[in-house]
Write a protein that binds this ligand. Structure first.
Ligand SMILES: [Zn+2]
Length: 290
């Protein structure tokens, strides 16, 4: 192609370029105008640019296996309501009112508790609010339990804690705040529910449980099937701590259970010699059941 025959083509190209640039200018002006016209609650262009890239679509979720079958929990608190006793009601309401001053706080090693998680290892949402109470016993004294919780345990299998301990004399000692996750149960479930929050440990109730442990009497410091039981002061303290938790979290009376029941390893039998009638009477007096 010679220079002369190229001229009309160049003119056409120049015209097309000018038109395109004009069009682009018009389009961008229109876009800026529209953004500027948006009401105050819409993002400005600067906001949009500052926002950065949009988050990628949610990762595909992995189904977490259901826990193996276990016996259904029939709550002993559901049985016939006891007759009301005004004197006991006044005594327990007084204890509940004084609970904030009475409870002691002991700092334990951070390896023995963790955060309540909002997502399991499959990316599924978890409700981190406590909705289950698991009752335990210490087997050995309170001091022994507290020393264990104060010891640094880098190995997952040795990490252990309860939220609260109840001494033989009714002393209330908090070792893990309720909003944190105590490591009170291992392989465990309740009414077909557990949470898998780590690939290193099995499914467990810990993410949605509160753990409370009664100090075992001296004649129970063994692995025998029973002992002489817990003191009245312990049932009083247990009832007021439970009433306090039930007032703060969505915990139904049917969701107060035992370590023996939730344990899927069939290794735990605590709390042994527990008197459900003693607890039921106190919870009824406090008005949280019946
Ligand atoms: Zn236990």
């Amino acid at each position: 192609m010679n220079a002369q025959s190229r001229r009309p083509l160049l003119v056409a190209l120049a015209g097309a370029t000018a038109l395109s640039l004009g069009g682009l200018f018009w389009l961008s002006r229109g876009l800026l105008q529209r953004l500027a016209d948006q009401p105050g609650d819409r993002p400005s262009l600067i906001d949009l640019l500052a926002e950065g890239p949009r988050p990628s679509p949610a990762q595909p979720r992995r189904r977490i296996s259901a826990p193996p079958g276990q016996a259904t929990w029939t709550s002993p608190l559901r049985q016939v309501c006891p007759t009301r006793d005004a004197e006991e009601e006044a005594r327990l309401q007084g204890l509940l009112a004084r609970l904030p001053q009475r409870r002691q706080r002991v700092v334990i090693d951070p390896s023995n508790y963790g955060e309540r998680l909002r997502q399991d290892i499959g990316g599924n949402r978890l409700d981190p609010r406590p909705r289950l109470v698991v009752l335990h016993e210490t087997v050995y004294g309170m001091e022994s339990a507290i020393n264990t919780f104060r010891t640094h345990h880098p190995d997952d299998a040795q990490q252990v804690s309860y939220h609260t301990l109840i001494g033989g004399d009714g002393q209330v000692v908090d070792t893990v705040p309720p909003e944190k996750r105590a490591f009170g149960a291992g392989y465990s479930a309740f009414q077909g529910q557990w949470a898998m929050t780590s690939p290193k440990v099995s499914g467990s109730v810990n993410n949605f449980a509160l753990h409370i442990s009664l100090e075992t009497p001296l004649d129970g410091e063994d692995d025998g099937p029973s002992h002489s039981g817990y003191s009245s002061a312990q049932y009083d303290a247990l009832a007021v701590v439970l009433a306090d938790w039930m007032g703060r979290y969505p915990i139904a009376p049917e969701a107060i259970t035992t370590h023996r029941h939730v344990d899927l390893g069939l290794e735990r039998s605590d709390p042994r010699s527990f008197d459900w009638t003693a607890l039921r009477r106190r919870l009824a007096a406090l008005g949280v059941i019946c």
